[in-house]
Design a protein. Structure first.
Length: 98
């Protein structure tokens, strides 16, 4: 069984914009614009947060109106990525304290 993932450059740019917004908002909420907040770190945090958030929402059987790769930046997609990024940052802070 072969899985092919095809998307256009526009989809990737929109996904990275969503990831940047979510990562920046999550780090601003938890770290109050500390030195950790730069564009690359926020984008990577948002990308990982998007996958974690989508997994959590799917596991809880919660459906929001937005979905990634639909050529529109929706509040639902930003919210899902934001929740995932916050969870990642909280887990990182917990591990750092151990």
């Amino acid at each position: 069984m072969t899985i092919q993932l095809t998307f256009e450059l526009v989809d990737l740019v929109i996904f990275l914009i969503i990831a940047f917004i979510a990562g920046t908002a999550a780090s601003a909420l938890l770290f109050r614009y500390s030195y950790r907040n730069n564009a690359l770190v926020s984008t990577v945090l948002g990308v990982i947060g998007a996958f974690v958030g989508q997994y959590i929402f799917d596991a809880l059987d919660m459906e929001l109106s937005g979905r990634f790769f639909q050529r529109a930046i929706s509040i639902a997609d930003i919210f899902v990525a934001f929740i995932g990024a916050v969870i990642i940052l909280l887990l990182a802070a917990l591990v750092r304290r151990l």
